[in-house]
Write a protein that binds this ligand. Sequence first.
Ligand SMILES: [Cu+2]
Length: 174
Amino acid sequence: MPFAPGGDTAGETAESTAAPSTQPTVVIESTEFGFSPSTVTLTQGEEIVLRLVNNGLVEHNIDIPMLGVLLTAAPGETVETILVVPGSGNGGSFTCSLAGHAEAGMTGNIQIGLAVAESPDAETQVVAARIEMDETTGMPSITTAIILAMGMFLAMMAFVVGMLQFMKGFEEQL
Ligand SMILES: [Cu+2]
């Protein structure tokens, strides 16, 4: 099936396998009149599924201006959308924008934290800095020193061998 030559089939396969998705799902429940949880923590740059479960008896929505998201759910309905959390900033608030609902308690906060994936970047930067330092300070002189040391070692070996052979010849003459 994955190797089917038809472009359509391949497309459908990709879509159907992508749908169950590996994105983290953030579920927010709405009732009269509040959100649960009312504080949501997201990660910078992460792609997530945002799901609104309306367990209320009237229509509610979740309006997140910061993310450009407005999800509306009828009573008992669940709606969701995929969004990418901004790569900067540290959060904002959300409400149910229906008349009077925010005032009645339908507000919440979004906190945006740094991605854990920041650490490999930091490591790369440290390694890059280390290489840079070696290039500017140590590297060329270390290479030169090694070449010089090897040259001196070979010269000494040649000298010692030469001396031994000379002494051997001298002994034989006696
Ligand atoms: Cu509402």
